[in-house]
Design a protein around this ligand. Structure first.
Ligand SMILES: [Fe+2]
Length: 135
């Protein structure tokens, strides 16, 4: 079973961003699986980096669309994005300096981190972008 299951409740109503959110879910699930399989620091660190890189890519893609369509929540989203990017990078830092395992707490943090981003922040842009003809 996957650590996080994608469901329609997580949809923000914009296909492109749903797909990118699914990819983020996928990377966190991959990290979980690798931890369960007892993979070593190199593998875990690589997946962690993949998560950071894809997060940056995803936030940038969202911000470009917000700018293009004059989304009024742009600066709030931008603040949230830098906060979330910093949080995931801090976590990676903690992992690098700490023990060789990814802990249950770290994974549960990432799960909450992603749900917060999707459910409490991104859900707000769906209706606005839809009205602009983006789906
Ligand atoms: Fe997002």
């Amino acid at each position: 079973m996957a650590y996080i299951d994608w469901s329609s409740e997580l949809s923000v109503g914009v296909n492109l961003f749903d797909e990118q959110h699914k990819k983020l879910v996928g990377i966190i699930n991959k990290l979980y699986d690798a931890m369960k399989e007892g993979k070593g620091r190199n593998v875990l660190g690589e997946i962690f980096n993949e998560l950071i890189e894809y997060t940056k890519f995803h936030f940038k893609a969202e911000e470009e669309v917000f700018l293009k369509y004059d989304y009024p929540g742009y600066s709030e989203q931008q603040r949230e994005h830098s906060k979330l990017t910093k949080e995931v990078m801090d976590l990676k830092d903690k992992y690098d300096k700490g023990n060789i395992f990814i802990t249950v707490e770290m994974l549960s943090f990432l799960k909450d981190w992603l749900s917060h981003h999707i459910l409490e922040v991104d859900k707000k842009y769906g209706p606005y972008l839809k009205q602009k003809g983006i789906s």
